[in-house]
Design a protein around this ligand. Structure first.
Ligand SMILES: [Zn+2]
Length: 303
């Protein structure tokens, strides 16, 4: 199954990215296209496709055209870039009627391959914007590798910084007889949503360690038979969601009230009712998320 934000169709490599002169050439290539972002949101057309602009338009609407990052090459070798247009929409509105839309709503409308390009571009643009200074010595960073490396401009330091990815484990915990699954809502989730437990991985942990720690922390239950199910880039700003199924050794929930608003066991028929009654007290998470797809797969006994 292909999840939103997955299966990026663009090709890139270190060989292409380390050739700075080559990237400048690609930027002014007649077939080069740029995806502009405003506050990390892309523009889409009325027919729900990404709206790409050529280099001459980039120079009209973007505060810093040289800040374009290289995404990769299309199948026909035409180059694709992304760029932050800056703080004002004034120039954009002079040349385009297409609106910038929040990535979460865009993702539900676009083809999956297009959502993966949005995820790639958004995560890298945000990483560069948030890492203007070297975390080792505090000097300014320079952008290299078409946006995929930052290097400290202080020659005595020169530390290379690599794009950050934050892995998150998402656990569909099921009872020993697989007749019910454990779902909950942490305090920072929107009202009504129920979802598998989830949490950031910590340094030194395997995926299985993280699953066990998070489930014990949140509901006081240990797990066995932890199996990887699927994964999804999640560009808010740059997580990698690692979906796992796990079997609980006990049904007894000991809720951590500091972290969780609620957790309970649900049978397949209970989940079906929730799935179809979208006006009810509980709803599935956003359909662009791996959590939604894991719940649906278990509900349909398709795991
Ligand atoms: Zn430094």
């Amino acid at each position: 199954m292909v999840l939103p934000f997955s299966r990026n169709p663009l090709f890139s490599s270190d060989e292409l990215r380390e050739d700075d002169a080559g990237i400048q050439k690609l930027r002014s290539h007649k077939d080069a296209l740029f995806l502009a972002f405003f506050e990390y949101d892309p523009p889409i057309t009325e027919s729900s496709e990404l709206f790409w602009i050529p280099w001459d338009v980039v120079q009209l609407v973007c505060e810093n055209p040289d800040g374009a990052i290289f995404l990769g090459l299309e199948d026909d070798h035409s180059p694709r870039f992304a760029i932050d247009i800056g703080e004002s929409l004034e120039h954009w509105e002079n040349v385009s009627r297409h609106r910038f839309e929040p990535v979460r709503s865009v993702a539900a409308k676009l083809a999956d391959s297009q959502t993966s390009i949005v995820a790639q571009a958004r995560s890298i643009l945000k990483w560069i914007a948030d890492h203007r200074f070297c975390s080792r010595c505090g000097s300014g960073n320079s952008v290299l590798f078409g946006g995929y490396r930052l290097q400290c401009a202080n020659l005595a330091c020169g530390t290379l910084h690599f794009p950050r990815i934050d892995p998150v484990v998402i656990m569909m915990v099921v009872s020993r007889d697989n007749s019910k699954c454990l779902l909950g809502r942490s305090h920072d989730y929107p009202e009504r949503i129920i979802a598998p437990l989830a949490g950031f991985m910590e340094p030194g942990e395997s995926i299985e360690d993280a699953v066990n720690r998070e489930v014990r922390e949140e509901v006081g239950i240990s797990c066995t038979d932890i199996e990887f199910w699927g994964n999804q880039p999640w560009p808010f700003p740059s997580s990698l969601m690692l979906g796992c199924f796990a079997t609980a050794v006990t049904d007894q929930i000991n809720l951590n009230h500091a972290e969780m608003a609620f957790a309970d066991w649900f049978t397949r028929s209970q989940l079906e009712k929730i799935f179809y009654d979208t006006a009810g007290d509980m709803v599935f998470p956003d359909s662009i998320s791996i959590s939604y797809h894991m719940m649906r797969a278990w509900m349909m006994d398709d795991v």
